[in-house]
Design a protein around this ligand. Structure first.
Ligand code: TGC
Ligand code: FAD
Length: 398
């Protein structure tokens, strides 16, 4: 499908009201500016068209590989970037400033496919898959959610049996980002004792299919589908040997949720930037609308929330580097950023008046995307309950 290039100049600049750039190294700033340039060249001129046409631009996968968006924290010996978590966060922020669906592609590949292979895989698995995933030669997906088990993945029904020289995998996964285009899937399934394990399933294995999910009004430039396993023979060497139990997929989710905490603030910054510019250009009652107190209130509150979230994310990045960040700290940041971004998208949309509902401006697309982001990787309420359990010591999930 050909993509229509929008005729506009992307002048995005991120707000830095508290001089938080002082907390970044020169390398961080260089990484941010190279990904920002990439997004301005390869994503923002086309994204409204892709989203409108519900088109996943397959060619973006190799380009993400070239710019280093896949597996930035994975060591260089496996093709990753060997970078710290602040760098990873900044990359996700810039990519999601372009579009949450594009960030989905990148964060699934890095945190949910490369990370489990790196952290739980054998040396052979790491050498076989990681360099190709890092370069974008291969695309991966992560299968945890099932039709009957979303917020409670421990109830999963997908299972495998030991058949001597291979495993026999049966079941189905739903709502899987990248699945229709993925070359490999990291799939979580129960063995005969009911213990959860990760398996690497490759496209082309008999009995494995990836039907696309249609009718989404959100993340329209990201491709979502199912994973269906009907007596799939999975070679024994494809089981991830390093970790089992629910903690294995949850450990990957910690990394991906961290990326979303930064990413959603990228979307918020894009909406704020657009609203600020529009408020100075649009004249009503003989003045730019930015001269009215109610518009200034909206802009001031947006900047305040972005600044608070930037600080939270930066500190979380430090704790990630030190290996000290807890699941509930990550939940707080993911939940906060998505809520901030959704509120800012709505307020920025209002500042644009009627024009705000068109694809001339990014808010409606961000707003619709964020309705998925608030649900996936743990819903808004599940993150609230993770925090509630941390505070009280009483899990209220069940
Ligand atoms: P619970 O009893 O709390 O825990 C069971 C075992 O798991 C361990 N665990 C963790 N380990 C490491 N890191 C974490 N974050 C962990 N969370 C839990 C826990 O220690 C325990 O281990 P053990 O050895 O004691 O048995 O589990 P629960 O069944 O009560 O569930 C808790 C709950 C609800 C918080 C959890 O299941 C949850 O977070 N649910 C949300 C599901 C979710 O986030 N799904 C995401 C699917 S992937 C996705 O959405 C990708 S979208 C990507 C994109 O496009 O960008
Ligand atoms: P449910 O779990 O049925 O929840 C429905 C509602 O009930 C929610 O409001 C929830 O908060 C509430 N609820 C549930 N349990 C409780 C409770 N104990 N207490 C209070 N409220 C509760 N999954 C993957 O594995 N891989 C992917 O790549 C992936 N990509 C996705 C892409 C998109 C676009 C979307 C929309 C989802 C994706 N998901 C993926 C699935 C996603 O993680 C799930 O949608 C999410 O975990 C919620 O599960 P559910 O949709 O089944 O909702």
């Amino acid at each position: 499908m050909s993509a229509e290039k929008r005729n506009f100049v992307d002048e995005f600049e991120s707000p830095d009201f508290y001089a938080l750039d002082d907390l970044l190294t020169e390398e961080h700033k260089l990484i941010r500016s190279s990904v920002r340039d990439f997004v301005k060249k390869e994503i923002t001129p086309y994204i409204e068209d892709w989203a409108e046409k519900n088109h996943f631009p397959e060619e973006i996968v190799k380009k993400f590989g070239e710019v280093g968006a896949f597996g930035p924290t994975i060591p260089t010996e496996y093709g990753g970037g060997g970078l710290d978590y602040t760098s990873y966060g900044l990359i996700m922020q810039e990519v999601e400033r372009g579009d949450s669906g594009m960030r989905s592609t990148a964060s699934v590949q890095g945190s949910l496919v490369m990370y489990p292979i790196y952290a739980y895989g054998s040396e052979e698995q790491k050498k076989k898959y990681l360099p190709k995933l890092a370069s974008g030669e291969m695309l991966g997906c992560f299968g945890l959610t099932e039709p009957n088990h979303g917020s409670n993945p421990s109830g999963m029904e997908t299972h495998f049996k030991d058949k001597g020289d291979h495993y026999l995998l049966n079941g189905a996964k739903m709502w899987i980002s990248n699945s229709p285009y993925a070359d490999v899937a990291v799939v979580w399934a129960k063995n005969e004792e009911g213990r959860i394990h990760g398996l690497i399933v490759e496209r082309g294995m008999e009995g494995f299919s990836t039907p696309e999910t249609h009718g989404k009004w959100s993340l329209r430039a990201s491709c979502t589908g199912e994973l269906v396993f009907s007596d799939v023979k999975v070679p024994k060497e494809n089981l991830l040997p390093g970790k089992s139990g629910l903690g294995a997929p949850m450990g990957c989710l910690d990394k991906a949720r961290y990326g979303i905490a930064w990413g959603a603030i990228g979307a918020a910054m894009d909406c704020y930037d657009s609203a600020k510019r529009y408020s100075l250009e649009r004249v009503q009652f003989g003045k730019p609308i930015g001269a009215f107190q109610l518009v200034q209130k909206k802009l001031s509150e947006m900047l305040t929330e972005i600044t608070k979230a930037q600080l939270l994310n930066w500190k979380l990045g430090k704790m990630m580097d030190e290996g000290k960040a807890t699941t509930s700290q990550i939940s707080m940041a993911k939940r906060n950023s998505v809520e901030v971004a959704l509120n800012i998208a709505r307020e920025a949309r209002q500042i644009h008046g009627g024009m705000g509902i068109t694809g001339e401006y990014p808010m409606m697309r961000h707003m619709m995307n964020l309705e998925s982001v608030v649900t996936y990787e743990g819903t808004h309420d599940i993150h609230l309950l993770i925090l509630g359990a941390e505070i009280t010591g009483i899990p209220a999930f069940k």
